[in-house]
Design a protein around this ligand. Sequence first.
Ligand code: SF4
Ligand code: SF4
Length: 330
Amino acid sequence: MVSGIIFDIKKYSINDGPGIRTTVFLSGCPLSCWWCHNPESQSRTPELLYRSNRCLACGACVEVCPEGAISLACHCEEGARSVPTKQSQTMQEIASGKDQDRPRNDIITDREKCTGCQTCVSVCYSSARQSSGYETTVNEVMAQVKREIPFYDESGGGVTFSGGEPLMQPTFLSKLLKACRQEEIHTTVDTSGFANWNVFEQIRGDADLFLFDLKHMDGVRHREVTGVPNEVILDNLKKLAERGHKILARIPLIPGINDDEENLHASGKFLASLPSLQGVELMGYHDIAQAKYEALGWEYKLPNTHPPTEEAMSHAAKVLTSYRLQVTIR
Ligand code: SF4
Ligand code: SF4
């Protein structure tokens, strides 16, 4: 039984390929893009997320953490207080609003001490603590995927394997693609393209469409903002196109990073040279993932960047269209 790590399965997705789709998000990514909107997916092993706005400060997690990585910081006059021992009573107080006179506590997680054992997740009833991924099997994923077949048939949809970078788990991905093919379900692979060509060889015959990211044409800048060089990515994209695979290129438009004239023209010129390219999707940057970085205890690298204006999106589309590319703004 082949298994893999995923961090989400999203149903009724309409932005990850044609029609209504189920998107399966596989964990693990070799890139660390500054604007990544799924930062919890970058690690192959599940990450601990803590959302302070959901926390009831009940103290349950403090008591169970085997590493002593969680503590309560109290703002009462006496200073630090001990953790409440009757948690159910505390929870009831909180739920009924009777806790209003209690001093407020902050829950602090020492990420240096945390081993990611996830014990605290299982006792957190308010879902302030969550795990970013879980192990599952091909059969378990397919059971969920197959339930939506009527929607795929009705809309011309199917399944999209995204991430993270789905090519980081080639055997798992390959088995999933084959299982979909057996059920005659349309498949799309959403990739950064950063993988050994052997991995593409392993899966390309079973994928109906590739959503292929193009982040920056300049190698130095690409490495700076994603953590990896772009040569292998451009090379893989060329090879896929030369072998006749259906490809939709996706450009995330990030103000101040890749929206300058030079990069837009270089992108247009490169994409126009590819045979079998179905079109280009221009994806506007958004900052809604910022809360996830806080939940992970990570620094967000673009705190002052705002989504591109409609004019900026239209201008980028115009530049790309001047290379006779079919451009869709998302
Ligand atoms: S168990 Fe959850 S709600 Fe309770 S203190 Fe810990 S994080 Fe907050
Ligand atoms: S995941 Fe980290 S914080 Fe939570 S119980 Fe395990 S060691 Fe403690």
